[in-house]
Design a protein around this ligand. Structure first.
Ligand SMILES: Nc1ncnc2c1ncn2[C@@H]1O[C@H](COP(=O)(O)OP(=O)(O)O)[C@@H](O)[C@H]1O
Ligand SMILES: [Mg+2]
Length: 234
């Protein structure tokens, strides 16, 4: 059809020689330089490092939200950097899920939990996915059954972050990338979200890559990549 294989469970993520420059006041600013890493299909990985080190930039490149200045990003067998806009959009809709740092950026504030999951499924469905996860078991697994009919803007911070995670998983992704998923939560709620992130993603066969300052979350992941001044460090 469009030359992109259909979703087929977890997929690995491999980037090689990634470089990203932003242009600021007409001059290039190097945000990432020569970053190569591999996350196996179904594994979990944390990206850690100080503020301004390039973590969010790396995440946007892995999620196909920006194109790198140089280097390649493979999701499974597909090189994101070789796709035209239409194919990239389709790949993002059908195989990649992103949970932004602020859960409201992922969610409809006036929609209920159920509304939000149905809405999240529109894009993958419109691109031909007919095997999306059932909503009720997903809400149950994420611990939101009790508030399934509650409006998002009436949920607690922890419930909202869980709903953002559920909305991402509702798209049936093979890879989920998330930027600071626990940063706006207290430590107990954060630990519960971290548990869910790891357990539900693994049980659903999703590769997870999370940027985090949360050492408790990072320690639960299979691999940790440390980044400083735009480069991976040991
Ligand atoms: N949209 C942008 N335009 C210009 N510079 C940016 C932009 N986003 C990030 N940067 C710069 O790129 C570097 C890495 O930023 P970022 O990826 O946000 O790091 P982190 O997520 O680790 O805090 C920083 O120097 C930052 O100022
Ligand atoms: Mg960041």
């Amino acid at each position: 059809m469009s030359g992109i294989p259909a979703h087929s469970g977890a997929e690995g993520v491999v980037c090689t020689g990634l470089r990203h420059e932003y242009v600021v006041d007409g001059s290039p600013v190097v945000a990432l330089d020569d970053v190569s890493l591999r996350v196996e299909a179904g594994a979990t990985a944390a990206i850690i490092g100080p503020s301004g080190s390039g973590k969010s930039t790396l995440l946007t490149l892995l999620a196909g939200l920006q194109r790198p200045t140089a280097g390649s990003v493979f999701v499974g067998e597909t090189d994101l950097t070789a796709l035209d806009e239409r194919r990239l959009l389709r790949l993002r809709a059908t195989r990649l899920a992103v949970v932004a740092q602020n859960p409201f950026r992922n969610l409809l504030p006036y929609g209920t939990c159920v509304d939000n999951l149905l809405f999240a499924q529109r894009a993958p469905r419109s691109h031909g996915r007919s095997d999306l996860p059932a909503i009720e078991p997903l809400l149950d697994e994420i611990g939101l059954s009790r508030v399934a009919g509650t409006r998002c803007d009436r949920l607690s911070g922890g419930e909202r972050q869980r709903l953002a995670l559920a909305a991402a998983l509702a798209t049936g992704p093979s890879v989920l990338v998330t930027d600071e998923p626990t940063s706006q939560l207290d430590s107990v709620t954060g630990a519960a979200v971290a548990d869910l992130l790891v357990s539900t993603a693994v049980s659903r066969g999703v590769t997870v890559i999370a940027v985090t300052h949360d050492t408790a979350l990072a320690s639960r992941m299979d691999t940790r990549f440390r980044i400083a001044d735009g480069r991976l460090v040991p």
